[in-house]
Design a protein around this ligand. Structure first.
Ligand code: NAI
Length: 340
């Protein structure tokens, strides 16, 4: 029997605490050996909840002190590249949350540097690739079930109830395209097996003018044409009144596939004085819980089998580059000519 993989979980915020829980509870032959957060309350709570894990407020100290096999990085996006390279230099396998990085240069540097470590599994967390519904979409496209894809349309809109968190996060946000639409960008690349050749973007502040100060919108959209001719339309926003609106539609010459058009929490319908209602999921943990667990299980499987990651740093680089191109197109939009 092989010894358990010793994993350090870095970042214990909205998603990081869940990843730490997954390592501790759901992954066989794996040990949550250390947790790391610069927020004292989070760290204290995690040390209490995971008594077998050592707690660190400093990432470098964790790497220097603990005998780890891998790290799971759920720190702010601007830190992913540097922390990833530090871990790889120390010989550790790395799972990093999306986006891989917030500039093309830092992502290119990661791609170049990790090529010197073919023995390591370095994975980027695009969890939709592990969601059962999106997996079925991928299988059907690969089998040619929908014919030639004409339009790929995908929305990622957070509930308005989360707007306070989004506004507080604005100074650290990499923008809607990198924070939100990057999931749809990766999805499009993955299922279409193609890359954009044209990108344009638009958007605005429809409810929250605060986004304008950061050269961003509360809702932004990009329109692309991929090299295989598929048209791609993406919407990323923060103002869904009803819940976590993540939906995708792919129209092909032979069939159309749709995922999550109504973001319903479960199969319950409520028939009452207001009519017929379905309750909606209210956030990423509720909608993608299974996928978050499955992606970390896949990461551990790859390590165990000595295989490269299924979602690579090159996928992370491409998604960041495309998101940045969309962001630039959004920021340049005022210079585009108005139709006559
Ligand atoms: P958060 O702000 O709730 O938590 C950030 C965590 O990083 C905190 O625990 C903080 O202590 C820690 N941290 C900050 N600086 C650090 C440092 N120097 N060393 C070690 N830890 C440090 O952030 P949230 O929402 O959990 O997002 C974290 C990352 O996860 C982001 O990159 C975000 O894009 C990604 N994310 C991905 C999602 C997905 O659907 N795949 C959903 C939500 C977030």
């Amino acid at each position: 029997m092989t010894s358990p993989l010793r994993i350090g979980a870095v970042g214990l915020g909205r998603l990081g605490r869940f990843h730490a829980e997954t390592v501790a509870k759901h992954l066989p032959h794996t040990e949550l050996a250390a947790v790391c957060s610069v927020v004292p309350d989070e760290l204290a709570s995690a040390k209490n909840h995971f008594p077998n894990a050592s707690g660190y407020a400093d990432y470098t100290e964790m790497l220097n002190t603990e005998c780890l096999d891998a790290v799971v990085l759920t720190s702010p996006s601007a830190l992913h590249c540097a922390q990833l390279l530090q871990a790889a230099e120390a010989g550790l396998h790395v799972f990093t949350e999306k986006p891989l990085g917030i500039t093309g240069e830092e992502c290119q540097n990661v791609v170049q540097q990790v090529s010197a470590h073919p023995d390591l599994t370095i994975m980027v967390g695009f969890m939709r690739r592990y969601d059962p519904s999106y997996l079925e979409v991928k299988t059907r496209l690969d089998a040619g079930d929908i014919g030639r894809p004409i339009l790929f349309r995908s929305y990622s809109v957070d509930p308005e109830t989360c707007i306070d968190g989004a506004l507080a996060y604005l100074p650290h946000s990499a923008g809607q395209f990198l924070d939100m639409a990057v999931h749809d960008i990766d999805l499009a690349r993955w299922v279409l097996q193609s890359e954009p050749r044209m990108i344009t973007a638009a958007g605005g502040c429809y409810a929250h003018p605060e986004f304008a100060a950061h050269d961003d919108g509360d809702n932004v959209a990009a329109f692309m044409q991929f090299k295989n001719e598929t048209m791609v339309f993406l919407l990323a926003g923060r103002t869904a009144p009803h819940g976590y609106q993540v939906e995708t539609e792919i129209i092909g010459t032979k069939a159309t596939l749709r995922v999550g058009m109504t973001p319903q929490r479960n199969l319950v319908e409520i028939l009452d004085a207001h009519g017929v209602r379905k309750l909606c999921s209210q956030g990423f943990l509720e909608r993608f819980e299974q996928a978050y667990i499955a992606e970390l299980a896949a990461f551990v499987q790859c390590i165990r089998k000595g295989k490269p990651a299924e979602v690579t740093v090159n996928d992370g680089l491409r998604a960041t580059e495309i998101a940045l191109a969309a962001q630039q197109a959004f920021r340049d939009r005022s210079s585009s000519s108005e139709p006559a």
